[in-house]
Design a protein around this ligand. Structure first.
Ligand SMILES: [Ca+2]
Ligand SMILES: [Ca+2]
Length: 77
């Protein structure tokens, strides 16, 4: 554990309304704002993949799932 710490910090910066959860809209804004390694990746897809309890947002316990998804989808670690 701990290898995703920088990812977690980055994800936290996406939380525009500061509710502690990342919605698909917040993720989509991040994807649009990042022309680099995240380009072409769909936030909606990521939320769907990582949203373990199906409530439509990524909460703290699901960020690791999102990190895992991103690693697989993008080949980054
Ligand atoms: Ca939020
Ligand atoms: Ca959730």
């Amino acid at each position: 554990m701990g290898k995703n710490i920088s990812f977690r910090i980055w994800v936290k910066t996406l939380d525009a309304d500061k509710d502690g959860k990342i919605s698909k809209d917040e993720l989509a804004d991040a994807v649009r704002g990042n022309g680099g390694w995240f380009a072409g990746w769909k936030g909606k897809m990521g939320v769907k993949a990582a949203d373990a309890n199906g409530n439509g947002v990524i909460d703290d316990s699901e960020i690791d799932m999102l990190a895992c998804f991103c690693s697989k989808a993008l080949g980054v670690s």
